[in-house]
Design a protein around this ligand. Structure first.
Ligand SMILES: [Zn+2]
Length: 272
């Protein structure tokens, strides 16, 4: 039974990865993700279903279009592979539970943000997308865990608001310091989205982790490219940090819970 589940998840992951490729290519170009079917970006030939099998088609075709023999970007199989692996990890962590569904939507968004921001240096914002974490977390609080409406408001609506305000403030404050927009509005909205998904506690950790990963990467980038100016987008690092928090939040909150520090501080203040 477990083997069948693993195979199912793998096929699901590859299929979703293939769909994400469509999103990653078309969203920044303002094209519909539902229509028309996939075309070769070089010769515009419609790709046949048997040439559109995730990973396998790329290998069978030797990484080239069947019609025009133009190279197919390595990004396509990379996205399919990573999406499948992340969804597999999600399944191994949560099993087929509601948490898996929540994690699934989050991971799919993070993969899209990662690759679009990496290539186009934008984070696309569609306001309907905020309904996804809203509905999922509301359903969970009201009908599944029955933690109730106040928990939902404080934990998740509060989380979204916290992320939005914190990043908004950083954006405003950092502009005169760096003399340019260090953060785009896309980054600010991304933190609103993450707060709705992961709760208010996640915000500080995601900000902290993404800054560290971003700083390390920027230093390496500047050394390798031998440039002084490194215009590295922030979205990919936020995506990595949010995925790390999704998978390791229990461990992070257990070992590095600085909210406890505040509780201790309040405790000491009260009793002094
Ligand atoms: Zn072609």
């Amino acid at each position: 039974m477990f083997v069948i589940q693993i195979i199912f998840i793998l096929v699901l992951g590859l299929a979703l990865g293939s769909f994400l490729n469509v999103c990653i290519y078309r969203i920044p170009r303002d094209e519909s993700i539902a229509w028309p079917p996939s075309k070769c970006p070089h010769c515009q030939t419609h790709i046949k279903y048997y040439d559109n099998i995730p990973l396998i088609s790329y290998i069978l075709l030797g990484g080239r279009c069947r019609n025009c023999k133009e190279k197919i970007s390595i990004i396509y199989p990379v996205v399919e592979f990573f999406t499948a692996m992340l969804i597999m990890l999600l399944f191994l962590k949560f099993g087929l539970t509601f948490n898996f569904v929540i994690g699934l939507f989050l991971i799919l968004s993070l993969v899209i943000v990662f690759f679009i921001d990496l290539e186009h240096k934008i984070i696309p914002v569609n306001f309907y997308i905020f309904l996804v974490p809203f509905i999922l977390r509301f359903t969970e609080a009201m009908f599944l865990t029955k933690t109730g409406i106040f928990f939902f408001i404080i934990e998740y609506l509060g989380g979204g608001l916290f992320g939005f305000i914190l990043l908004g403030l950083i954006k405003i404050i950092s502009k005169p310091i760096f003399k340019r927009d260090a953060l785009g509005m896309g980054d600010v909205y991304l933190f609103l989205y993450l707060g709705l998904f992961l709760g208010w506690k996640s915000i500080i950790y995601i900000l902290f982790l993404s800054s560290i990963i971003g700083a390390i990467f920027s230093v390496i980038y500047v050394i390798i490219k031998r440039t002084k100016e490194s215009e590295v987008p922030f979205g990919p690092f936020i995506s990595i940090a949010a995925a790390l928090y999704l998978f390791f939040s229990e461990m992070i909150l257990e070992k590095f819970n600085f909210y406890l520090m505040f509780e201790d501080l309040i405790f000491i203040l009260r009793h002094s």
